[in-house]
Design a protein around this ligand. Sequence first.
Ligand code: ATP
Ligand code: MG
Length: 340
Amino acid sequence: MNEKKRILTGIRPTGKLHLGHYFGAVCNWVKLQNEYHSFFEIADVQGLTDNFSNPEKIRINVREVTIDLLSLGINPEISTIFIQSTIPEIAELTVFYSNLVTMSRLYRNPTVKTEIKQKKELFGNSGESVTYGFVGYPVSQAADITAFEGACVPVGEDQLPLIEQTREIVHKFNSIYGDTLMMPEPVLSNNPRIKGLDGNEKMGKSLGNAIYLSDSKEEIEKKIMGAVTDPNKIKKDDPANPEVCMVYYYHQLLNNQNLETVCTECKQGKRGCVACKKELIQVMMEFLKPIKEKRHYYESHPEEVDQILKDGNKKARAISKQVMEKVKKNMQIDYFEQEQ
Ligand code: ATP
Ligand code: MG
């Protein structure tokens, strides 16, 4: 049992989870938890980097995201869910690692670059939105992973440059202070990047283009009815190209039974977009039914959710303390035999 490798991955409590999270990352986590010791971090400190003036949003979503993970099949009997801010070693490691990264390297990180660009598009060109903490969050993410000796980091494609940054930090740390930190490997799911309803390359919590697992039928209807379809299809019986249609894109993820028919009918002009959207709504509601039932259970048992988090925090902290002992020893900042 102890030979199993450890997984560390995280999710920012910046909003409830959506289909992009499920198909892009969490469905893989659910499978992997049987093969690995799995640690799922609710990254509240990272969430605060670009939500520092809205602490309530982060606080509420710590519970919401935990409930979403449990509803999607993360099993607290075998996996650990914990809150980032309860692990002080992560903050300490972040400070140590910050000496090993240049500012220009952080600005060149493609994920940071894209996210800064998106923020400017959403909130205007105010330089204020890009803080030192935000630009530095890849460093804190390196601390998240290494504090638990995460060997595998299952993430969506948008996170790959961040794992690369962690690997560089680990390499530099180990070459200066001796072999100390575990070198992590990213693991991608089969659908590493799920597009948004608006056709954006990524469905994102902060992008306003997502279908949430907790959305009501009415909300889902409204969103799907407004999804982007082939712009060249004007009339109901025009033939269309499913490859450029977001409705077909979601049929591909969800509609295992009728996918071929959807595709051929669309190409032949035998299916109108409205009917196609209605079918997708039905398939999606069926997919979400058991998830919503579990969600309802945990919503009405908040004490159970809290206990899962408390147990998880304790389990995670025991590991980060051990890692910190090794780190301080090798950095020669372990001044006294048994500190505290
Ligand atoms: P935010 O916009 O606040 O950063 P987010 O939607 O990007 O939120 P995160 O908490 O940053 O969500 O990401 C959690 C995990 O889900 C990561 O592994 C990320 O790669 C994955 N993920 C998020 N959105 C998608 C998507 N559209 N496709 C594939 N994976 C995704
Ligand atoms: Mg993100």
